[in-house]
Design a protein around this ligand. Sequence first.
Ligand code: PLP
Length: 481
Amino acid sequence: MTSTPSTVSTASAASTAFRSALEVIAQVEPRVAAAIGQELTDQRESLKLIASENYASPAVLLAMGNWFSDKYAEGTPGRRFYAACQNVDTVEELAAEHARALFGAEHAYPQPHSGIDANLVAFWSILAHRVESPALAEAGVKNVDALTTEDWAVLRRSLGDQRMLGMSLDAGGHLTHGFRPNISGKMFEQASYGTDPETGLIDYAALRAQAREFRPLVLVAGYSAYPRLVDFAAMREIADEVGATLMVDMAHFAGLVAGKVLTGDLDPVAHADVVTTTTHKSLRGPRGGMVLCTAEYAPSVDRGCPLVLGGPLPHVMAAKAVAFAEARRPDFADYAQAVVANSRALAEGLLRRGVRLVTGGTDNHLVLADVGAAGLTGRQAEAALLEAGLVTNRNAVPADPNGPWYTSGIRFGTPALTTRGLGEAELTEVGELVADVLTATQAEGESKVRYRLDAAVAQRTRARAAEIVGAHPLYPGVELV
Ligand code: PLP
């Protein structure tokens, strides 16, 4: 978000727009206006290393605050359950058109309200698609929209057990990939693949053997906390060999796909049947989700609303269209390259000061540190870092002895700081600051929560973190008073 001559006038227009919006809100509930203003101040002052967050542009943010929020538009463009949806059709079609071009996808469905919703649409559409496949039609199963309980019984017998094979949580997978706290864990019998205990990498030979044995209906690739690249061509081969649908959840790394950092075997859209994503992480759009798929899966994906989704959010789809248009510009590819270069630089700073990293480094936008090696839980490290002005989040590491709540890991990501314009030297320094804080932190007795952090280190780190972010203003030119 560095200010260039062409963005100066945009910044001043955005400044006027946000200021006016807050004035209007303050006339009704001043405390909400104050909280919105305070959020900008807090975000500006915070050195944010949360891998799943970013900063959307003023154009994206402003596209959400308008009367599109007032419209109901269940259905798809041209086939709505409500009247007067012509303008919603326009923005939904624009969002889908930009998404198809950006990702090289045959079909895009920009309606899901979040990543979890996108995954739910994908799961149902994969099941529905199977129902409608010729083999199942022979078994007498009808269109999924008209399924009776009896049809479901036929469906279950025809499909065998509905099995899902996804990445384990402690290896970096996501709850929605077949785990109990999410509906996917109730819809599917799940098994998970981990990573090699020595290297921390996905072992494709082991995965192939597991898939042959387990015979999943859906093979899920994608992650929240795996710091390396995934070979989607290899995943495709494995899925084909066992007759599974390949679904990739690229919620975390969609920005790297859009920015052409992940191409060839690393491009999920080129290899998967169905790809889901969030739009607010590395992709830098509004908070939301999306499904991309081959033409074959399009009819079942398009039934997401009202099958499992509530009415679409037209104001958010407008913002998605704006964000995807931004991501199609050449400077987004520069951004995506910089995210990875910054992530490597961050890892370098951590490694230099002796922090243990899962897999020993990174190839993408995130770094996963194993703080258990330093005698801390993730919870203690997260709190100590926050006290020192560094915002991160705790995360399990493979075979984590502290489980998913306390954890033994800290996840770092560079999409947000890269948007602010930080460069590699600064990220290396941030890595060193993190390492200094971890070294100066000690667990209190047997507690997994309480810790002691050297006050001088905390104070010094806070001051330096403030200087670093202060040199890269967030939303430059946007002044609320
Ligand atoms: N899928 C993955 C891989 C994620 O990391 C996340 C969120 O962290 C989601 C899905 C869910 O996204 P949302 O919070 O938008 O529902």
